[in-house]
Write a protein that binds this ligand. Structure first.
Ligand code: HEC
Length: 468
């Protein structure tokens, strides 16, 4: 009996060992296979590198794209192999400042670890070309619109940029008059010269038909850097007020642009705009970046896509911080050679569904974080930007609407770096910098968190906002 038991125990042990070994071997084989499958010993342009670049980079790095150099042909990529490996490893490119481990958004541009390793290995191995017939086709990039064929196109007044000029911040009016009131599903800004138009934040001025005789009267452009006009004086110059001097309604953020970002299209039934017979788009700023050795006339325009019916669920918006529903605390006054922490918080009175958020700071920004504290103490994450980048201030759309229950407090926290270590510091030596009633000059500061939302409806949190 006993020996039988012992023998049985022995076989059991042996079996266990065999099973363990098999599992181990299988695991080893699997990792070996995975590795060889993911990154071959020799990485070539046509086989492994071009697919990564064409999927993640050429939307900006191509002839006519927003970046100054192209990453399309083998030669162009070979020349930039080292810097491409560096900027991807450091996650400077593709530009995506939001931390994907905190929250995820529609259209986020993030390379996988594998892609980064491939670019690294390719550069290290001298950037070989590989078989020419393996080169994938470059994606088709539409001309004149990133979305489709618009129903109406309105030109922005062309603007002259001298060779070797620096940043320009313009306040721009783009007036329109239509035969009748109508509706739009989407308003798209299309830059004339992609490599000089930096960004656009545009609102819509909606006139009461009988209160404004001529929407086309007044200047079209005020340069906010050269012209020391206050915002109110600038509005006068642009002829924005009604005939009696009162101000028409303003709908915020109807048209925004940033290189590489395709217009905000929400699923059927969400968003859309009422377009009055008389109105104007107001870019509260159009930012032109540096020009190189050539003079440029920039002719940008707006594409409008009409909608058949009024917006079912028009989006709404509020902002906290500078000029918002809740102040910046403490005051946004940043002493030279200091790091400054500020916050703004606002308790929402009703359930909302957040669609899109936009954090905004200027050159001294160091990091940004926003979340909502629910009445039950739980936190809802909104966004974390560990390394603020003035150049990439996206409107971030959540993959699914985010429900924030009534009584929650939305908190935005910002950190500013006004030391010499901040390479973007516009002053050397550092100077006192503060917000000035929402002055948009890059050398003044702002702290804003803009929230686009809908009043909550049952099931909103399950609605995907990905439209492709
Ligand atoms: C959203 C647009 C956009 C995308 C996407 C993008 N880039 Fe860039 N990239 C830029 C801009 C703008 C610059 C600034 C220089 C310029 O204007 O050419 C830049 C600069 C660079 C530089 C030069 C950095 C330096 O220090 O001068 C490299 C290298 C680069 N990008 C590689 C890449 C690679 C590789 C990818 C894809 C993995 C990528 N970029 C994706 C817009 C983009």
């Amino acid at each position: 009996m006993e020996s039988w038991q012992e023998e049985d125990l022995m076989t059991m042990k042996k079996n266990k060992a065999i099973i363990l070994l098999t599992v181990l071997v299988a695991l080893l084989l699997q990792t070996a296979c995975n590795n060889s499958e993911s990154i071959p010993a020799t990485v070539t342009f046509t086989e492994q590198v071009a697919p990564i670049l064409y999927n993640n980079c050429t939307i900006c790095h191509r002839p006519g794209g927003s970046a100054h150099f192209s990453l399309v042909t083998y030669d162009e990529c070979r020349k930039n192999a080292g810097s491409a490996a560096y900027v991807t490893k450091e996650r400077i490119m593709p530009p995506w400042p939001a931390d994907p481990h905190y929250t995820q958004f529609v259209g986020q541009r993030i390379l996988s670890e594998r892609d980064i390793k491939i670019l690294q290995q390719w550069a290290d191995e001298g950037a070989p070309e590989g078989p020419k017939d393996k080169l994938p086709a470059l994606p088709a990039y539409p001309i004149g619109s990133d979305i489709g064929t618009p129903d109406m196109r309105i030109a922005v007044q062309p603007y002259f940029l001298k060779a070797n000029s620096t940043d320009q911040f313009l306040l721009v009016k783009v007036p329109f008059q239509l035969p009748a009131d109508t509706f739009a599903s989407l308003i798209e800004f299309v830059p004339g010269h992609k490599n000089v138009v930096h960004h656009v934040n545009g609102d819509m001025v909606k006139y009461d038909f009988y209160k404004k005789t001529d929407v086309f009267a007044g200047d079209r452009i005020v340069n906010m850097v050269e012209d020391t006009a206050s915002l109110l004086q600038a509005f006068q110059k642009l002829g924005l007020p009604n005939d009696d001097g009162s101000y028409p309604t303003l709908q915020k953020s109807v048209v925004n642009y940033l290189p590489g970002v395709v217009g905000q299209k929400y699923p059927e039934g969400i968003g859309g705009y009422f377009l009055p017979r008389k109105g104007a788009f107001l870019f509260n700023d159009l930012h032109y970046g540096f020009t190189n050795k050539d003079d440029i006339w920039d002719s940008s325009y707006i594409n409008i896509f009409f909608a058949k019916s009024p917006p079912k669920r028009p989006v709404q918006e509020f902002q906290i911080g500078t000029l918002g529903v809740a102040p910046v605390e403490p005051d946004l006054i940043i002493q030279p050679d200091s790091i400054k922490h500020v916050y703004s918080k606002y308790t929402i009175p009703a359930d909302i569904s957040i669609l899109t958020i936009n954090p905004h700071m200027h050159l001294l920004g160091k990091s940004f974080k926003a979340y909502a504290l629910q009445p039950n103490g739980d936190t809802i994450r909104l966004i974390s930007i560990p390394r603020w980048d003035f150049n990439w201030q996206y409107f971030y759309t959540f993959k699914k609407m985010v429900k924030i229950p009534a009584g929650s407090t939305i908190v935005a926290e910002g950190v500013y770096d006004n030391t010499r270590q901040n390479l973007n510091n516009p002053f050397s030596p550092p100077q006192l910098v503060r917000d000035r009633n929402g002055s948009m000059k890059a050398t003044d500061e702002m702290f804003q968190f803009i929230i686009t939302y809908l009043p909550y409806e049952q099931g909103d949190e399950n609605i995907s906002l990905e439209t492709k």
